[in-house]
Design a protein around this ligand. Structure first.
Ligand SMILES: Cc1cc2nc3c(=O)[nH]c(=O)nc-3n(C[C@H](O)[C@H](O)[C@H](O)COP(=O)(O)OP(=O)(O)OC[C@H]3O[C@@H](n4cnc5c(N)ncnc54)[C@H](O)[C@@H]3O)c2cc1C
Length: 448
């Protein structure tokens, strides 16, 4: 290890140790909020996990409890090993009354977990939580649940929900008291209202075999949203989804943000997924674009590992394609750290948000930032509501700029989100899983 590496590791241990000391006991560990039996079942049975995945993909298209149960039993039917709870669920699926009960039970289970991860059914009902977070020194980004629209009218409805969410958020945020640490960084002011959107919800035409079609269709709905965000002084963030939509999303966003109308605003951002083997090239493409366009409001780049890992593996294996994602967790973590360093060095041409619940990944970003002599405020740390609450509070208490991603939506839309979080965190390699099983701080903060 070189002297620089040793200094970095010492800084990571200091920062990580300090943050971890602020966490309450493991009794409040975020994974405890997920239903224990569901966690156990999903992590022990690969077939069940696969069935749940296929189910998640169709959940947004379900229109009733009966419909929900019909799909659930359809997918569970493919699981060869029938445990007693699974067999009971399948029997319920045989009749309309049974299906209604099963749909209601599934919805009830989701509701039980949902209140911790989803801040409200509508943006209006979420405003109280968002204000409380702001008062505690935590900024937010609202995500309107409901991915992958199937028809043009659904895409129009999603765009309309986004517009009214922007208006409600901007209007409510005006009355929030001043929080200088959250409202300005070294490059200028930061909007209080912040909305994350999904391109797959803005067009039903997002297909890898015809990327231009989806791009044009989504641009028609994204432009008015960008105009509205600029007029309301709100931030619009474009989330990244599965690999098959990456090229269309990246091209769409970079093209739109290059248009004269959007050169000076609104504040906007995109996501880079470090689990993708080609993510260093994707980041270079974005940084080249940022250098060439010299946008007045720097693009905010949110660095994540990626939420669709199992999906990408299954999809690639089904088609016999090489997997686009790393298959060894440590490779993904090392890449995340390399991209963190590239991003931090690219400021002030871009703004940087590191989104993770992994104490090592977060402490590494803070340490690299500090060792470069930069201000803590020039790095944003982002967490998910319900999974990163303790980390969020520890960061806010130490004056770091922290933003919590707050999903908003009803139960059916929330189901896909929750099952994704459930499956992600039942993985033995998840940081939160490691933390919950009692791994030592030294192990948790070790270099990947
Ligand atoms: C604020 C916020 C916004 C987000 N927005 C997005 C978004 O727009 N798009 C998106 O895709 N995700 C998004 N995510 C989710 C994110 O990608 C991660 O899935 C999640 O945060 C878990 O990563 P971690 O660093 O917290 O935990 P860790 O436990 O350190 O990492 C878990 C992640 O590692 C990866 N992984 C797991 N096993 C392996 C393996 N065997 N080989 C290689 N890699 C593996 C997966 O990406 C998995 O999710 C967001 C997360 C946050 C906090």
């Amino acid at each position: 290890m070189s002297t620089d590496d040793e200094a970095l590791q010492r800084a990571i241990e200091r920062i990580g140790g300090d943050l971890a000391a602020a966490f309450p006991s493991s009794a409040r560990h975020p994974l405890k909020a997920l239903d224990a039996r569901a966690m156990e079942m999903a992590s022990s049975d690969q077939e069940l996990k696969a069935a749940l995945f296929r189910f998640v993909d169709v959940v947004p298209a379900c229109r009733s409890l009966d419909d929900l149960a019909r799909h659930l039993t359809g997918f569970l039917d493919q699981v060869p090993e029938r445990t007693p709870p699974l067999a009971a669920a399948m029997r319920l699926g045989d009749t309309k009354t049974g299906r209604k009960a099963l749909g209601a039970a599934a919805a009830g289970g989701v509701k039980h977990m949902a209140h911790r991860f989803i801040v409200g059914e509508t943006p209006g009902s979420a405003l109280g939580v968002l204000r409380q977070l702001w008062l505690r020194g935590v900024a937010s980004s609202v995500d309107l649940l409901g991915e992958a629209t199937v028809t043009e009218s659904e895409a129009d409805a999603y765009a309309a929900r986004c517009t009214s969410a922007l208006e409600e958020l901007a209007s409510a945020a005006r009355s929030w008291s001043s929080r200088p640490a959250l409202e300005r960084d070294g490059t200028g002011p930061l909007p209080r209202a912040n909305l994350s959107v999904k391109v797959s919800a803005l067009t039903p035409l997002l297909r890898p075999d015809a990327p231009d079609l989806g791009r044009r269709d989504a641009a028609g709905r994204l432009r008015p949203l960008l105009r509205r965000a600029a007029a309301l002084d709100a931030h619009l963030h474009i989330d990244m989804e599965s690999f098959d939509s990456l090229e269309a999303v990246l091209d769409l966003v970079l093209e739109l943000f290059s248009e004269d109308e959007f050169r000076t605003g609104p504040s906007a951002g995109i996501v880079i997924q470090a689990y993708l083997r080609d993510s260093p090239q994707q980041l270079e493409q974005v940084l080249d674009w940022a250098r060439a366009t010299n946008r007045t409001t720097p693009l905010l780049i949110r660095l994540v590992k990626g939420a669709y890992w199992d999906h990408e593996i299954v999809e690639a294996r089904q088609h016999g394609w090489p997997t686009p994602v790393y298959e060894v967790k440590a490779d993904c973590d090392r890449n995340f750290e390399a991209l963190t360093r590239t991003l931090l060095a690219a400021r002030p041409g871009v703004r940087v948000a590191v989104a993770s619940h992994n104490l090592r990944s977060v402490a590494h970003a803070i340490a690299v930032n500090r060792l470069a002599g930069a201000d803590d405020r020039d790095l944003e740390i982002q967490v998910l509501r319900g999974l990163g609450d303790d980390l969020q509070d520890a960061l806010a208490a130490r004056g770091f700029r922290v933003r919590t991603y707050c999903p908003v939506g009803d139960l059916v839309a929330g189901m896909a989100y929750l099952v994704r979080r459930l499956l992600e965190n039942t993985s033995n390699e998840s940081f939160l899983h490691e933390q919950a099983r009692g791994a030592s701080l030294e192990e948790l903060l070790a270099a990947p």
